[in-house]
Design a protein around this ligand. Sequence first.
Ligand code: ATP
Ligand code: ZN
Length: 283
Amino acid sequence: MLKIAIQKSGRLYEDSVALLKACSIGISNGGGRLRSVASNFPLEAYFLRDDDIPQYVEDGVADCGIVGENVVFEKNKKVSVEEPMGFGKCRLSLAVPKANYFGGIGSLQGARIATSYPHLLRTFLAKNNVEADIHEISGSVEITTGIGLADCICDLVSTGSTLISNGLREVQTILESQAVMIASENLEAGKREILDKLLFRMRAVNRSKNHKYILLNAPDDKLADIIRILPGMKSPTVLPLAASGWSSVHSVVQEDRFWEVIEDLKANGAEGILVVPIEKMVV
Ligand code: ATP
Ligand code: ZN
């Protein structure tokens, strides 16, 4: 049985449970439960505060866990980072009051900076030869400049709307972060095998999110051009249509190239283009 630590509530909880569910593994902390055993996979979930997850994994109380890179690097525990999870994306950034002039990182010399990430901030400042006065606080960092506690903040940002509504301006990114799977450094062989199985499923699910299945009709004399546009996983599937002189072409396209590919296909004579989501993708 593999023990996995998951945030008990907050920004990572739902995406973590949804990813496991997409891997056909059902767990839930319904009714504030601390533990949940999956019915069809040798996995037991512990629901914890995200800040505690690296410590539990280092100690081997949990074998693995899903937590933001920001927390992993801040806590600096002896754990192995196994795999990005594709959600919980954010950045750790410095922000100053909107009206204040910001003359580069050097201008933070002697400034009071409020943050919940003192280790990451200290490392960043040291690398830039800046000595500042770091105020560690555990929450609501964004209000500290307004109440005169700090000149600058170092906090997590995703859309930036929290900064704007507090009259702050983002001036420097310190770390780009997303949720990752971490694991104990010395997992016994049986647990390692279960974790590898789980990561294999997660990869298949995450890969499928970035791809679409595409079907289209093409006149046979345009097939060569259309196949060149559609590389597919190996190469596209081509099937004859009942109408002579026409074929149906099936392939897989990366989401980020998607519209570009569709335009190219149309320009090269493709018709009746269908795009279908993919549930799992194993390569
Ligand atoms: P806990 O009660 O578990 O300690 P928390 O309040 O520390 O929860 P959340 O706000 O739920 O944590 O954030 C959890 C993680 O979500 C962060 O550590 C970060 O990795 C990620 N995250 C993604 N976007 C944001 C954002 N805009 N602000 C804060 N965290 C974000
Ligand atoms: Zn936390």
